[in-house]
Design a protein around this ligand. Structure first.
Ligand SMILES: Cc1cc2nc3c(=O)[nH]c(=O)nc-3n(C[C@H](O)[C@H](O)[C@H](O)COP(=O)(O)O)c2cc1C
Length: 371
């Protein structure tokens, strides 16, 4: 998740501590924030990048720490902000245009995100070649660093997503019009990256499975999008939603994006990862057992609890890898979880409403006692 804490695209000590502590907390797989392939591919001045040797060295330090100190695998998410670039840090105004110090932004079509956002330049064929080459170079750097997995960001209205949605793609060339045409550039980028990424390592793509807006992408379209990426060699579709246009009307709630993962997994027969307001281990296990996703990602819960996974595992009596420095803490939660579970079971039994038969039997008992 974007930390908006990089300097000139360089991950800092913040990132080492942030990713390092999440890895130690025991998740199977850790995703980086959207890391940008060029200075003008950034969302904000605080976004991480992977376009020079210094950034490569900084990411290597993080990846080596994760591999040395945890059993967690780490996936790099690469992206290009498109028309949502040159905007303010989250805490200064999400997606709001920079008043100064910005840069020219690109999109599938020259339409701004907010009415007062910068009007993006329509991506030319030459821009496409340059952007594709930037993604490939960043992929080569990621492979050298030793990331375990790579994700291409094609969601949330960023550059590649702007091609996929008919709400942001008004082109009349072979990159606009039908869904096949709108997918052409994102697939060209994906295929070029797949060629540069080690065959034995997985790749995923993040998509917005609905635009939550009239005339936009729906779950049915997302099934087609997933099929196209699967044919191009994607191993996992990371199913997000929305953030394409300002007029969207998302339907929020617990696990609100899960139906799209379910639809894609079971109609396109592609492995999916679901995400979005999933907050308990119980929900995670239910989703997996019901076959509605192959992986479950938790974003905000991890911001405030790096040890979510270790604690959830302990609750079920399972031991995740724990660095020896922290073993006494894990031993304690393993012991306490047994008692806490027994207490909860006891409470559930005591709190269970009585059946009609039980109430009737109780009533008869009282009547007999009174006689
Ligand atoms: C602060 C913040 C930063 C985020 N950064 C990214 C990002 O870099 N890449 C991305 O694909 N999604 C990003 N997201 C979206 C999350 O990945 C996730 O889809 C969303 O928060 C919903 O999941 P959750 O309820 O588990 O947090 C971000 C969300 C937040 C709140």
């Amino acid at each position: 998740m974007c930390m908006y804490s990089a300097k000139e695209g360089m991950p800092t000590d913040w990132h080492l501590v942030h990713y390092g502590s999440r890895a130690i907390g025991g998740p199977g797989l850790l995703f980086t924030e959207m890391t940008c392939v060029a200075p003008d591919a950034r969302i904000t001045h605080g976004c991480t990048g992977l376009w020079n040797d210094e950034q490569e060295a900084a990411w290597r330090r993080i990846v080596e720490f994760v591999h040395a100190q945890s059993a967690t695998k780490i996936c790099l998410q690469l992206g290009h902000a498109g028309r949502k670039g040159a905007t303010k840090l989250m805490w200064d105004g999400m997606d709001r245009p920079l008043e100064e110090g910005g840069w020219e932004v690109l999109s599938a079509s020259p339409e701004p995100y907010f009415p007062d956002s910068q009007v993006p330049r329509e991506t030319s064929r030459a821009d496409m070649e340059r952007v594709k080459a930037e993604f490939v170079t960043a992929t080569e750097r990621a492979a050298r660093i030793g990331f375990d997995m790579l994700e291409l960001h094609c969601a949330h209205g960023y550059l590649l997503a702007s091609f996929i949605s008919p709400l942001t793609n008004r082109r009349t060339d072979e990159y606009g019009g039908s869904l096949d045409n709108r997918l052409r550039f994102p697939l060209e980028v994906f295929e070029a990256m797949r060629d540069a990424w080690p065959r034995e390592k997985p790749m995923s793509v993040r998509i917005s499975a609905t635009d939550w807006a009239e005339g936009g992408i729906t779950g049915d379209h997302a099934v087609e999008v997933a099929r196209a990426f699967a044919q191009a060699g994607v191993d996992l579709v990371d199913v997000s939603a929305g953030q394409t246009v300002r007029e969207a009307r998302p339907v929020y709630g617990r696990m609100f994006q899960l139906p799209f993962s379910d639809q894609i997994r079971n109609e396109a027969h592609v492995a999916t990862m679901c995400v979005g307001n999933i907050t308990t281990a119980d929900q995670v296990n239910t989703i997996l057992a019901a076959g509605r996703a192959d992986l479950v990602a938790l974003g905000r819960p991890h911001l405030v609890d790096p040890f979510f996974t270790m604690k959830a595992a302990a609750w079920y009596g399972a031991k995740t890898y724990c660095p020896p420095q922290y073993a006494p803490g894990q031993d304690q939660i393993m012991r306490n979880s047994v008692r806490d579970r027994a207490d909860l079971d006891d409470l559930k039994v005591r709190g269970k409403p009585k059946t009609r038969a039980e109430l009737k039997a109780e009533g008869e008992g009282r009547r007999l006692a009174a006689e």
